[in-house]
Design a protein around this ligand. Sequence first.
Ligand code: AMP
Length: 219
Amino acid sequence: MLGPPGVGKGTQGRRLAAEYGVALISTGEILREAVAHGTPLGLEARRQMEAGRLVDDTVMIGLVRERTAEQDARGGFVLDGFPRTVPQAEALDAMLAERGWGIDAVLHLEVSEDALVRRLQGRRECPVCKRAYNADGAPAADGRHCDDHPTTELQTRPDDREEAVRQRFAEYRAKTEPLVDYYRMTGRLRPVPGLGTVDGVFAALRREAARGLQAPRTA
Ligand code: AMP
């Protein structure tokens, strides 16, 4: 899944992984858990995350190399939030090639920055199951608690504060947007308009994912 902060990579990635029966690997979620547990990875990543900056490529590449080698990733996976830089994308291609694997489709969710800033400011997350809600489009039934964990209050992520949001967009434009060309040039880019209902966007994603699975792998 490729796209700017708040575009719906997490929500849609989760559905896509369930649809195909494969693992969802969300690097942001892995890092947030590491921060919550105070592990060495969490201690290293915390300051950069809260400032809306990217965590070091070397750290991220090592993390994804280990995570993709776990048992539940054998049948394939949806990557949410990785790669985010050209060196990460190159390292991903190299590590998958070593195992005889490859990327079938890079689903690029496209939405204007204004719409995304609005969406990020209404975003809330369940601290237990990580399900995302949004005051705008996908509110919780009572507006405050997770539908699946009715005693758990929804929370705002620290990096959804306005200053951090601006920094995350700057990082996206400078470091992640070049991946659009990287994947277009290797024939793997599948653009999907990201505005619309969650179901509508998901239907478009599935169509593009299916096309990617049918096409011969080019890299
Ligand atoms: P996300 O939930 O994908 O928006 O990620 C939250 C934060 O985790 C980002 O703003 C970064 O600080 C960090 N992060 C997640 N994935 C990566 C990555 N692939 N490379 C660098 N930093 C990352």
